[in-house]
Ligand binder design. Structure first.
Ligand SMILES: CC(=O)N[C@H]1[C@@H](OP(=O)(O)OP(=O)(O)OC[C@H]2O[C@@H](n3ccc(=O)[nH]c3=O)[C@H](O)[C@@H]2O)O[C@H](CO)[C@@H](O)[C@@H]1O
Length: 353
């Protein structure tokens, strides 16, 4: 049986697409497990276990921010590399798939030394540092979208798409209990940050909502803030048809129901919105590494389904105008220029055929 190891530690941005590929691999009868790093790893391993997947946990190594820490970093890197080699000798995977975090690099170098085939998956339109570095030793680079800095990739590249959680790929969804106070008739705006929320959007939205109501829109709003500290926000909305919550595990139902979404420009968010063909205002996280969210947003805007608003340009009117612009567009927009479906299947076919 083919044995696959998926290295997807770090933030949700690397973990969830890796988990989706691992779940698909298990469904196809492959022997698959996860390699997780960092403080989120125990929780991520527990979620993987609920899907019948085993994980190996390791510490996360990040690049030193101060030059005098370079020696400590080199020592730790070497220890992690030796541990990874020991682990690979014991488990003998046929292939290792990296989802693009620096934490996976010691494991990558151990694969190189033991001649275990390395594959990479990149979520963003701008390939990140770890993937660029590992590409020199890899068999194939799987991209979610055509990669803007493709010249920095030193192995063959194939665009497969961003793997989406299977829960979101259903045809029908039931209405989430926590929005039962909202009706099924009026348009609904859904707002969320990345997997960690977005303070700047959270603060501006109530003002923007007032502007839209003053323009006579009968709008409902679901605002997922990423924080527990929502009391002031809830009081501010008062009796308005608005639901404020920290987060939701029912994103499929919410995106499917939304008339317009306002969110960051993370790769999974964009892939999910393309899947549901939902009109969206993207507000790229301005300090994302190498400005990759703005590059993601610029790519998504090839479809009129997306509209980009920079955080520096946000005020209650610009955000209201952007939402209004999207509300007024028809619901039959073409997302085909940016759509790359069935990513997990394509990755597994490329690795094992
Ligand atoms: C700040 C930052 O650098 N973020 C990066 C991080 O992703 P990050 O995890 O922040 O953002 P993504 O858009 O990739 O993913 C967000 C995910 O959270 C889900 N969600 C959101 C709110 C909620 O209440 N419930 C819920 O399930 C969304 O449906 C989506 O699946 O890695 C991604 C992939 O490398 C990058 O594209 C992002 O730019």
């Amino acid at each position: 049986m083919n044995k696959l190891l998926v290295s997807c530690g770090g933030t949700g941005g690397h973990y969830y697409p890796g988990l989706s590929i691992a779940r698909k691999a298990k469904e196809q009868g492959l022997d698959v497990s996860l390699f997780l790093t960092g403080k989120r790893a125990p929780g991520q391993a527990e979620l993987a276990r609920q899907h019948g997947l085993e994980s190996t946990l390791a510490r996360a190594l990040s690049l030193p921010r101060k030059p005098w820490l370079a020696l400590v970093f080199a020592y730790r890197f070497y220890c992690d590399y030796l541990n990874a080699k020991k682990f690979l000798r014991k488990t003998e995977p046929d292939a290792v798939l990296f989802m693009g975090s620096f934490a996976g690099v010691p494991l990558g170098m151990a694969c190189k030394s033991l001649k275990i085939p390395i594959y990479l998956h990149e979520g963003n339109v701008w390939a990140g540092k770890a993937n660029r570095f590992l590409s020199k030793y890899s068999k194939k680079f799987f991209a979610s979208f055509p990669v803007k800095n493709e010249s920095a990739i030193q192995c063959s590249t194939v665009v497969v798409g961003m793997p989406i959680r299977p829960e979101l790929l259903r045809e029908e969804f039931s209405k989430p209990e926590f929005i039962s106070t909202l009706n099924d008739k009026d348009p609904m705006i859904l707002c969320f940050g990345g997997s960690q929320g977005a303070q700047a959007i959270n603060q501006m939205l109530p003002y923007c909502y007032e502007v839209l109501l003053a323009r006579k829109y009968s709008l409902q709003l679901v605002q997922l803030t990423g924080t527990d500290d929502n009391q002031m926000l809830i009081e501010r909305y008062g009796e308005a048809p608005v639901v404020v919550a920290k987060q939701s595990d029912e994103m499929g139902a919410l995106i499917n129901r939304a008339s317009v979404v306002v969110c960051r420009a993370g790769a999974s968010s964009i892939a999910e919105l393309i899947h549901f063909k939902t009109k969206t205002v993207l507000i790229p996280y301005p300090i994302a590494a190498e400005n990759h969210q703005e590059i993601n947003a610029d790519f998504a805007c090839k479809s009129k389904g997306f509209y980009k608003l920079n955080q520096s340009e946000i005020d209650k009117f610009s955000l209201a105008n952007a939402i209004e612009l999207q509300l007024r567009q028809g619901d039959d927009l073409d997302f085909s220029q940016v759509s790359y479906p069935n990513a997990a299947e394509k990755v597994l076919k490329e690795i094992f055929s």
